[in-house]
Design a protein around this ligand. Structure first.
Ligand code: SAM
Length: 352
């Protein structure tokens, strides 16, 4: 078949199937949100009015099935996706998640599969995950104080999460990254404790800027702390020694605090030092929408395509269309300065 030169989504030549956007960024990292359900209700993730009630989540049929997800991942990998993160909601609450992960691991040329979890079920899942071949894990933990944990997450289960962290260490996950959203007046008085943990253990503590996402989440200007401010506070505890990054590392800038530190601290600064020019990510929400920027609400409906008896080429075209739609950068900092709107997407369906 002759190449359709005028068709930007043409997949006739091998080059046109590469997930390259209009700004020459190559998309090689796919984040799958397996479910919008979660066993925690974190104050920065779940809108205030929803924290008071039990959340049912999407109907099962609204989620992409495991078969649909595997089909999409196989096509995406054939187009250059080499890194995949399983997230949610809480990915470990989705029924039969282990057989799905065992199938994912078998996909040729997909050698880097990671998971992000709140750790509540990790004591049970750490071993099977490791046995399936998953080695890299991010655990979200915003406080080391059990009572505060209950206030932030709405559930009193810090000990259970901590046992999950210990089990992940015991079965050999490496690296173990702890994701900590820093919020002034909520947990910023624990920065020293987290840094100490990065000095005493091999864990990586990644301080994340609190993002204004979700139309009625608890974000407010007072609670937001920039990475520069966090860094300045931390530097009182020891010299921040830069650590060189690997190619597959995310956007965090990494340091050891003091030369004897066993672990590292990292800073993820989506607002103050946006990393859009290096962004290689595409997200698939729990209901099958492709989202090319976390902080931009434009999405491409892949689920409808999948449910209309589509071919592999149709999936390719839809992935290419979503990548083509990737904005040059998000405008969140400017929007905030001008008292603009939050981004409306819900983290639980997008997956962070
Ligand atoms: N349930 C899993 C977990 O807790 O890790 C995965 C989903 S969670 C939405 C993914 C990540 O998004 C978590 O590390 C969480 O801290 C982060 N997150 C959620 N809302 C955020 C916000 N408003 N600002 C910064 N990070 C946020």
């Amino acid at each position: 078949m002759p190449a359709q030169k005028n068709n930007l989504y043409s997949i006739d030549s091998a080059d046109n199937t590469k997930l390259k956007d209009l700004f020459s960024r190559t998309v090689s990292y796919l984040r799958l949100s397996l479910t919008d359900r979660c066993n925690l209700k974190c104050l920065y993730c779940v809108p205030e009015e929803d924290r008071m009630q039990s959340l049912s989540g999407l109907a099962h049929n609204d989620l992409l099935s495991y078969e649909e997800l595997l089909r999409v991942v196989r096509v995406a990998v054939s187009m250059g996706i080499s890194k995949l993160r399983i997230t949610g909601g809480e990915p470990l609450v989705r029924r039969n998640v282990m057989p799905f992960i065992e199938q994912l691991v078998k996909i040729d040329n997909l050698n880097d599969i990671r998971i992000t979890t709140n750790g509540v079920l990790l004591k049970k899942f750490a071993k099977p995950l490791a046995a399936a071949g998953i080695r890299k894990i991010n655990i979200s933990l915003d406080t080391l104080q059990p009572e505060r944990f209950a206030r932030i997450t709405g559930v009193d289960c810090f000990d259970q999460v901590w046992q999950g962290v210990e089990q992940a260490q015991a079965v050999g996950f490496s690296p173990i990254k702890l994701n900590t959203v820093v919020m002034r007046g909520v947990n910023d008085d624990e920065l020293d404790d987290f840094v100490r943990m990065s000095q005493d253990t091999a864990m990586e503590i990644r301080f994340i800027e609190f993002m204004p996402i979700g139309s009625s989440s608890s974000w407010d200007k007072q609670a937001y702390m920039s990475s520069d401010e966090i860094m300045e506070r931390i530097s009182k505890q020891g010299k921040l020694i830069p650590v060189s990054r690997e190619k597959t590392d995310g956007p965090a800038t990494m340091f050891r605090v003091g030369k004897d530190a066993q672990g590292k601290v990292g800073f993820i600064s989506p607002i103050s030092h946006r990393f859009c020019d290096q962004c290689n990510r595409l997200r698939l929400t729990s209901e099958g929408m492709l989202r090319s920027c976390l902080l931009d609400d434009r999405e491409t409906d892949l689920r409808s395509v999948l449910r209309q008896g589509c071919s592999e080429q149709d999936i390719q075209q839809t992935l290419l269309a979503a990548v083509r739609d990737k904005p040059k950068g998000h405008e969140m900092e400017e929007r905030l300065k001008n008292q603009g709107e939050n981004c409306h997407g819900r983290m639980s369906r997008i997956g962070g």
